[in-house]
Design a protein around this ligand. Structure first.
Ligand SMILES: [Zn+2]
Length: 145
């Protein structure tokens, strides 16, 4: 099983500066684990997007959910869907700490409107955080009409 230290090194090698391995794995609480190495690259696009928003909006970003192994994902208090993108280390739930959630959401939606990324990514808005994943088919579930 890879370690948090190894995952942190991987993040640093890939120029992820603002997020740490520990916050991507729920602090290894309740039987969650560091994902297997083959999955690590999956999270980079989503992490980079969160970092970009962080820098441009001048806000800290708290990750409320990152990788969840199947066991952890299935826990009643987590309530992850069976094929959750979190199991594949492709998704982050996160929220800005220094600006309104709606500003963070607007930034991300606008960024994803560029021609390279249109028709992809999954964005789901919750009351207190956003779910972001880099699925290849476009998915939006927002409160606004
Ligand atoms: Zn999520």
């Amino acid at each position: 099983m890879p370690t948090l230290f190894e995952l942190d090194s991987f993040l640093a090698e890939n120029k992820i500066e603002c997020f740490q391995a520990k916050e991507l794995v729920h602090g290894l609480k309740s039987g969650n684990t560091v994902p297997q190495k083959e999955l690590w690259k999956n999270i980079l696009p989503t992490l980079k997007l969160a970092e970009l928003a962080r820098k441009d909006l001048h806000t800290r970003v708290k990750i409320t959910s990152g990788y969840r192994n199947e066991h952890y994902n299935a826990k009643p208090n987590i309530g992850g869907s069976k094929n959750s993108f979190h199991i594949y280390f492709r998704a982050l739930d996160c929220k800005p700490l220094d600006c309104p959630l709606v500003d963070f959401l607007d930034y991300i939606l606008e960024y994803l409107n560029n021609p390279i990324d249109c028709n992809s990514w999954g964005i789901k808005e919750y009351n207190t955080f956003l779910h972001i994943d880099d699925r290849k088919n476009r998915y939006r579930n927002l409160y606004r009409v």
